[in-house]
Write a protein of this length. Structure first.
Length: 146
C-alpha cells in the first residue's frame, strides 16, 4: 500500500500553475473496500458476470473512488494538511477498470487572498487519456495568525 508523503503549504506558499500528481493502480480489493465503506454495491463494480454483459465488458471502479484520488492530492500535497474542501465539480469522461493506473493531477488556477480560497483544476487520466475532470475550491490556512 502506498501513501502520499505530507507536504503542508500555506496560502502564502501557493502560486498559479503549481501542480501535484499521484498515481495509483486500481485493485479489486480497493473497489470491494470502497463498496463496503459506502454501501454502493452496484454489481457493475463487484460482479464480473454482471459487468461482462454491460457496455464496459467488465467491472469498473466507482466514479467517486476515482475522485477520491483527487482528494488524496489535495489533503496531503497541494495544498496539504489544513486545507478545507468547500466544493468539487466532477465530470466523468470514461470508465476506470480494475488494473488501470490512474494519475490524479491538481493545479492551482485561482487565488483569492482576502478569503484564503484556492481554485484547483482537477484531472484524472489513464495513459494520458482523461477519465475525469473538474474543479475544487478549498480554504487554505495562512502562515500569519489571525
Amino acid at each position: 500500500m502506498s501513501f502520499l508523503s505530507f507536504q503542508t503549504l500555506y496560502f502564502e506558499d501557493l502560486s498559479l500553475g503549481m501542480t501535484e500528481t499521484h498515481s495509483k493502480t486500481v485493485k479489486s480489493s480497493d473497489v470491494v473496500g470502497f463498496a463496503e465503506i459506502t454501501g454502493d454495491r452496484n454489481p457493475i463494480h463487484l460482479s464480473e458476470h454482471f459487468a461482462a454483459k454491460t457496455p464496459f465488458k467488465g467491472r469498473i471502479a466507482h466514479g467517486l473512488y476515482t475522485a477520491g484520488l483527487i482528494s488524496a492530492v489535495i489533503g496531503t500535497r497541494l495544498p496539504g494538511p489544513g486545507a478545507i474542501y468547500l466544493s468539487q465539480t466532477l465530470k466523468f469522461l470514461a470508465p476506470v477498470k480494475i488494473g488501470d493506473t490512474v494519475e490524479a493531477r491538481v493545479e492551482v488556477i485561482d487565488l483569492n487572498a482576502p478569503r484564503q480560497r484556492v481554485k484547483l483544476s482537477c484531472q484524472c487520466s489513464i495513459d494520458g487519456a482523461l477519465v475525469l475532470e473538474g474543479e475544487a475550491l478549498v480554504k487554505v490556512p495562512s502562515r500569519e495568525p489571525g
